[in-house]
Design a protein around this ligand. Structure first.
Ligand SMILES: O=C(O)CCC(=O)C(=O)O
Length: 283
């Protein structure tokens, strides 16, 4: 799909205001279906590099039978082509003002019965500096509340990196979450195959479990950093320009100040009174 200039202006305004924007039909339904089949084939071939959770075809946990794939673009041409697709580059360039660098691919299978992912901010992991990371999250299935679509907190891209707390691991496969202020809440983003949600690295987002008995919630995700970034956390090296060539950046170190909610007469404010000591790769 080509994106006309007035449509681009609408996406720019929405991204600026809310921290995310949904580009419907950026890829066709056929392309989404081919990608879905491709990754199911990859998954059937067994364990792959960069897996987080371990792989077992008999485990009771559906996420162990279908663990996420990560950094596939380092060994899979299909993933590399998608990550650097000119359609994604055009939207990113419109949102950020210049072409980004690509640093991560991920494929979530999220089969029926799987846990979701607790609320988090991607900048917590990527630590792009200067600037932010930005995600392109593409639905490969119809995604809705029942199969655990992505949920986002509108406007949270203006918050600092928040101090994390323990997450409820009966509903999330990650063990840390970020607290929301009393007046904040996450909203579901329902999408069709081929739709792409672009969101800012400080935007608080996550997902609930897939409570269906028969529907996967597959999503292909690219993480990018602004094309002015000089450093990014170790796990994301090497970065790629959108023409597919590699570039060398410095390594960003972990830790630093994080925000804690404090009530003020004007409402809750995240003050940088905490310190985050851990370095984690994206979860
Ligand atoms: O797809 C999900 O459930 C979560 C994905 C996510 O949080 C991310 O890509 O940063």
């Amino acid at each position: 799909m080509s994106v006309s200039s007035n449509v681009v202006a609408v996406h720019q305004e929405e991204f600026e205001r809310t921290g995310y924007t949904l580009v419907r039909g950026l890829f066709s339904t056929d392309e989404a279906e081919r990608l879905r089949d491709h990754y199911m084939d990859v998954r059937r071939r067994g364990p792959q590099a960069h897996e987080f959770a371990g792989h077992s075809s008999t485990d009771r946990d559906p996420l162990k039978r279908y663990p996420r794939l990560a950094q596939m673009h380092r060994w899979d041409d299909t993933s590399r082509q998608w990550l650097t697709d000119p359609r994604i580059d055009r939207v990113m360039t419109a949102l950020l003002g210049r072409s980004p660098y690509a640093v991560q691919t991920m494929l979530y299978f999220k089969p029926p019965g799987s846990r979701g992912q607790a609320l988090h901010q991607d900048n917590f992991y990527l630590k792009a500096d200067p600037g932010t990371c930005i995600a392109a999250w593409m639905a490969l299935d119809r995604v809705d509340e029942a199969n655990g679509c992505l949920e986002v907190v509108p406007g949270s891209h203006r918050w600092p990196i928040l101090c994390t707390e323990k997450a409820d691991t009966t509903v999330s496969f990650t063990d840390v979450t970020v607290p929301l202020p009393s007046d904040g809440g996450a909203v579901p983003v329902e999408m069709e195959p081929g739709d792409v949600l672009f969101f800012h690295g400080a935007l608080v987002h996550g997902s609930n479990p897939n409570v269906t008995t028969d529907r996967f919630r597959r999503a292909l995700i690219g993480h990018y950093i602004e094309g002015e970034a000089e450093r990014v956390a170790q796990y994301y090296h090497p970065a790629l320009r959108m023409d597919g060539t590699e570039l060398t950046l410095e390594v960003a170190e972990g830790g630093g100040a994080c925000g804690e909610w404090t009530d003020t007469p004007d409402g809750p404010v995240a003050l940088l009174t905490g310190t985050e000591r851990t370095t984690r790769k994206h979860e």
